[in-house]
Design a protein around this ligand. Structure first.
Ligand code: FAD
Length: 441
């Protein structure tokens, strides 16, 4: 059925022929793209023909000894948490929303706040079942059909349909997080904190993107660890596994574009920064607000209005990256492009041909779509390119094929060559792959 759909950024919105997955869907004569929860921001799971995977939503098997869960690809991370947190298991890696499907998490090889220590999602995937263009279902792992596995992790749905995933969960003693928030005055201070806390499992920083001059890069640095039983007991907490009530706020319709502007974001940033009075705060928190601060507001993407928004996430290598990041932050503040949410993390080393992470700093910014935005982002692309960085495909909606090719470099060429050999029919294509000329003839 033809439907007008967009992903989380509501930009672009396209007419797509959406079909539920069935084993015969593979025999379509039109290129198709699998779709999970539509939580990528741009056009990664849009295209002429979209195959929705959400009906494949069964958990099939779990081994409590190894923590390996075998589940269909339409199962969401939220459903996994609901079942397994009370049993003492947590996701090994989680993005900033739990409303993501297993298939989407593998296809984008998503990262969390622990990439510097525990790698990306697929580092914890034992194997997958992948339906390829001739209809066969291949079991793919680092040993079996390894080439398919390498191509599919982070392969943005272009290698076939992920049907099932074996994911290794991690053991936790409680569902609480021991969080430390440290207020930082500028970017230099932030970088030193990331370096000093490399040993922390989770780290992330909120950055005031409108702070200028000596205050550029000021923000709140937040580290977290899964709390132990003795730690929660010391605080008088008796329930090791608690879950916050599900019902939260909901934005019922698209808000007018003028609500989020330079002024309101400046006020929000000021209040958020000054809300914490002491330099350092140590406290216990349920896991939900630490990992998923925005999930409690359903449809929060509607605050950007009908024109939608773009999330611009890039990574810069550590070498020279701090200076380039400082320059980018100062440029954004000077030019007054306010981002409602600006988040900085660090990455460790990363495998994968289309992998986004590299050892370095990654910054994510949300910008409402406006006529001035795209030329400005093209300027930022050049800075990212010059600093040896790259832009995240799962968030992208507007990068040019030239910037993509030059920043993903040789590994992209290898991906393209293998893909051409393994999928001569070019059966899987998305609006993103077409815009970036990712699949070569
Ligand atoms: C609030 C928010 C915070 C986020 N935070 C992070 C973060 O911290 N780290 C991070 O890495 N990402 C983050 N993301 C992005 C998100 O995790 C990824 O885009 C993820 O891929 C979305 O999964 P999905 O199920 O919604 O897939 P979709 O958005 O529907 O699809 C994403 C990609 O996966 C492919 N795909 C989906 N299902 C299948 C399947 N069964 N078989 C083959 N291919 C498939 C699609 O073709 C597409 O290329 C965030 C997104 C939001 C909205």
């Amino acid at each position: 059925m033809i439907q007008k759909i967009g992903n989380w950024g509501n930009y672009p919105v396209m007419d797509c022929d959406v079909e539920e997955y069935s084993p015969s869907v593979i025999h379509s004569n039109v290129p198709q793209i699998p779709r999970g929860m539509g939580r990528s921001y741009g056009d990664a799971s849009l295209g002429a023909k979209v195959v929705s995977m959400l009906r494949l939503n069964c958990m099939l098997d779990f081994n409590p000894e190894t923590g390996v869960l075998w589940a269909e690809s339409g199962v969401t991370l939220s459903e996994i948490l609901e079942v397994f947190v009370p049993r003492g298991f947590f996701l090994p890696v989680t993005p900033g929303t739990r409303f993501v499907s297993l298939g989407g998490a593998v296809a984008a090889d998503v990262h969390g706040k622990n990439h510097h220590k525990e790698g990306s999602f697929c580092d914890h995937v034992e194997y997958i079942d992948l339906q390829v263009e001739d209809g066969r279902i291949l079991r793919c792992s680092r040993i079996e059909n390894a080439e398919w596995f390498d191509l599919t992790r982070g392969g943005m749905g272009l290698t076939g349909i992920i049907l099932r995933v074996a994911l290794r969960l991690k053991k936790i003693e409680t569902s609480w997080i021991k969080q430390i928030n440290i207020k930082v005055r500028n970017f230099e201070e932030l970088c030193s904190l990331f370096e000093a806390h490399q040993g922390s499992t989770y780290s992330v920083a909120w950055v005031d993107c409108l702070a200028k001059g000596k205050k550029a890069g000021r923000g709140i640095f937040m580290i977290g660890e899964h709390a132990s039983l003795s730690e929660i007991r010391q605080e008088g907490i008796t329930q090791p596994f608690t879950s916050l009530k599900k019902k939260g706020l909901s934005i019922p319709f698209f808000l007018p574009e003028i609500i989020l502007n330079n002024f309101t974001i400046r006020v929000f940033n000021f209040l958020y920064y000054h809300k914490q009075l002491k330099r350092k705060r140590v406290f216990l928190t349920p896991y939900e607000p630490y990992f998923y601060p925005l999930d409690s507001i359903f449809h929060w993407n509607r605050v950007y209005g009908k024109r939608g928004f773009v999330q611009y996430q890039f990574v810069l290598p550590f070498e020279g990256g701090a200076e380039a990041m400082q320059d980018i932050l100062e440029t954004i503040a000077r030019r007054g492009f306010a981002s409602f949410l600006t988040v900085l993390k660090t990455f460790g080393p990363q495998e994968g041909l289309l992998a986004f992470p590299m050892e370095g700093y990654t910054l994510a910014l949300d910008f409402p779509v406006s006529p001035e935005l795209f030329p400005f982002l093209t300027e930022l692309d050049q800075k990212v390119q010059q600093a040896g960085g790259r832009i995240y495909l799962a968030k992208d909606a507007r990068m040019s094929p030239e910037v993509f090719a030059s920043t993903y470099g040789e590994k992209l060429s290898t991906f393209q060559k293998i893909l051409a050999r393994l999928l001569p029919g070019k059966s899987f294509q998305s609006a993103l792959s077409q815009r970036l000329q990712l699949i070569q003839s």
